[in-house]
Ligand binder design. Structure first.
Ligand SMILES: [Zn+2]
Length: 242
């Protein structure tokens, strides 16, 4: 089994939106990762990055409330992998920087997402609270596999999806092998696992704190917990399975 990190874009915006307590004047530019997990018989994409339409004009694509961000894309996800070879797509959650690239990928590939997340993406109050953009995941005719909590994705324990709610209603993290945990946006930055300076918005801060605590315990027990968007940590290329 091998796992590769793709950097599919960048977000620039005021830092305090993503890390509470930052100076209001400070701007932050951080990477958007996606991951390709390959086994002998499977090619699993974890998250899909940005939609090219949003990169071209974020306010036109999502509305004026999104204009506080600048989005950049070097190469979209479909240009970095062979999309036709994918066997599964995992969405850690439905935010635009994780689900926006779905439209670039073949409709036959099943999408694995938590039921709580999928239902949140159809609930008007949850859409508002979470800054979901339904056009990212309005995908008629796609095969959606709704998960109710932790899930053994390949049936052999090698890739385990873990429900880690709070950032969004049904956020999930991905354990690959015994030691590597893609925490996704439970913690945007490595330091967030300890200082709990979450973004300024969340579906449920208390749930996010519990999810961060469980990932912190895994890290302290020897796991490598990868943060969601830490520019100091995330580099493209093969990721050590530990
Ligand atoms: Zn994100």
């Amino acid at each position: 089994m091998k796992i590769e990190r793709l950097i599919v874009g960048w977000i620039s915006s005021p830092a305090m939106i993503w890390r509470q307590g930052e100076d209001p004047e400070t701007q932050l530019r951080f990477p958007i990762p996606a991951y390709l997990i390959e086994t002998e018989s499977e090619r699993v994409l974890v998250d899909t990055g940005l939609n090219p339409g949003a990169v071209r004009d974020v306010a036109a694509h999502y509305g004026p409330q999104a204009a506080f961000m600048k989005l950049e894309q070097a190469q979209d996800v479909a240009a970095q992998i062979d999309p036709a070879s994918l066997t599964k797509i995992v969405l850690t959650h439905l935010h635009f920087d994780h689900a926006g690239g779905l439209a670039l990928l073949p409709a036959e590939v099943p999408i694995y997402v938590q039921r709580l997340e999928w239902e949140g993406g159809r609930d008007e109050a949850a859409i508002q609270r979470n800054f979901f953009y339904p056009r990212d995941y309005a995908l008629d005719g796609r095969r959606i596999e709704l998960l109710d909590g932790d899930h053994d994705l390949l049936g052999d324990g090698s890739v385990r999806l873990m429900l880690t709610p709070g950032h969004t209603p049904g956020h999930q993290s991905v354990r690959v092998g015994e030691r590597l945990v893609l925490g996704a946006d439970v913690a945007h930055f490595a330091a967030t696992l300890d200082d709990r300076r979450f973004p300024s918005f969340a579906d449920d801060f208390e749930a996010q704190d519990r999810s961060a605590e469980s990932l912190r315990e895994m890290r302290d027990a020897g796991a490598i917990v990868v943060p969601g968007h830490d520019p100091a940590v995330l580099r493209p290329g093969l990721v050590e399975l530990g």
